[in-house]
Write a protein that binds this ligand. Structure first.
Ligand SMILES: Cc1ncc(C[n+]2csc(CCOP(=O)(O)OP(=O)(O)O)c2C)c(N)n1
Length: 320
């Protein structure tokens, strides 16, 4: 399906903000004691979150993993509250208790992220079951990596989701690596999408660096889910430009492989397509870039100026 210029510009906008957000974090995390915890970003993978989330309604839920920033920003998270949370500050979306790896943004229907590899799948099954049980006309999207697709939870979750025809979209973000392991070192299946047939659901392969293609696949899967026809597995073929985390020297990734994938940058690709279409000019692009930079600079300023939570707040908002 032809994607409208407005949708493409929306996706380009969220991809640019995601990239600038990551640019800032990659620098900031190298400053001693600036940001607590491990820094995990997803440069080069922006079309997955932006393409999928552009196909969603605000009430649709997303369950995401340790590589969550792009997904959350594309779903509409406030960059200031997200950045403050990553800094561990009181003004963060979880009052400084989650940090970068356990972000939750309930107001955009992103109730949790989990760093337990493979754990997003059963949680998403539960969320989609609740939507079906309550007869809500919404879907849940579950983001996970290719490594997670080799966990037992993947198989159980796909089986139940298909059996119960849940309103669920499984998005496997296949970035060719799981930690330091290359794809071929952890599975013999060429395409993860092939596994869908084993559970009785459609499996779609999409170019994960092509935001409009990802959008179209997600839109179709959403339509299937809200029509009561059950889940879809979408495998987005993409690539992790950096190491697993910012402290990983990632020598196991051939430098020419990284370069070749950088040539397929999803942001450049969509902006060139829009420019060829006559929909954006160089001036328009420059404006989008500088606006995104301002948004991120403001978020960093907000995070830096915010206080840390007081120690006595540690026991607030906990169940037991
Ligand atoms: C159950 C479990 N095993 C191992 C880890 C350590 N770990 C964190 S991320 C990761 C790699 C996950 O790879 P993938 O699912 O492909 O996602 P990607 O990092 O490529 O986005 C591993 C092994 C973990 N967090 N949880």
């Amino acid at each position: 399906m032809d994607v409208s210029v407005e949708k493409k510009i929306q996706m380009l906008g969220t991809m640019i903000v995601s990239r600038k957000f990551s640019d800032a974090l990659r620098k900031l995390c190298k400053i001693k004691d600036k940001i607590p915890g491990m820094m995990i970003v997803a440069d080069g993978q922006e079309a997955v979150g932006s393409g999928v989330c552009a196909a969603l309604e605000p009430e649709d839920a997303i369950i995401t993993n340790h590589r969550s920033h792009n997904h959350l920003l594309a779903k509409g998270a406030d960059p200031k509250a997200l950045m403050a949370e990553i800094f561990g500050k009181k003004t963060g979306c979880n009052k400084g208790k989650s940090g970068t790896l356990h972000l939750a943004v309930p107001e955009i229907n992103a109730p949790c992220t989990t760093t337990v590899v493979g754990a997003t799948l059963p949680i998403a099954v539960g969320r989609a079951f609740a939507q079906q049980y309550r007869k809500e006309p919404q879907v849940t999207v579950c983001f996970f990596g290719d490594g997670a697709a080799d966990e037992g939870s993947f198989h159980e979750s796909l089986n139940l989701a298909a059996l119960w025809q849940l309103p669920l979209i499984f998005v496997c973000e296949n970035n060719l690596y799981a930690g330091g392991q290359r794809y071929e070192e952890h599975t013999r299946v060429t395409d993860m999408a092939d596994r869908a047939g084993g559970y009785g659901m459609p499996g779609i392969i999409v170019d994960g660096n092509d935001a409009p293609a990802v959008y179209n696949a997600a839109l179709e899967a959403r339509q299937r889910a809200v029509s009561g026809n059950g889940p879809t597995l979408i495998e987005c073929k993409t690539y992790r430009w950096g190491g697993h985390s910012e402290t990983d020297p990632h020598e196991y990734q051939p430098r020419d492989e990284i370069k070749a994938w950088q040539e397929k940058c999803p942001i450049r690709r969509l902006s060139e397509a829009l420019s060829d279409q006559g929909a954006v000019t160089a001036a328009h692009m420059a404006q989008m870039m500088s606006q995104a930079e301002e948004v991120v600079e403001e978020a960093v300023r907000f995070a830096e100026q915010s206080p840390y939570p007081a120690p006595r707040e540690a026991l607030e908002d906990v169940y037991a």
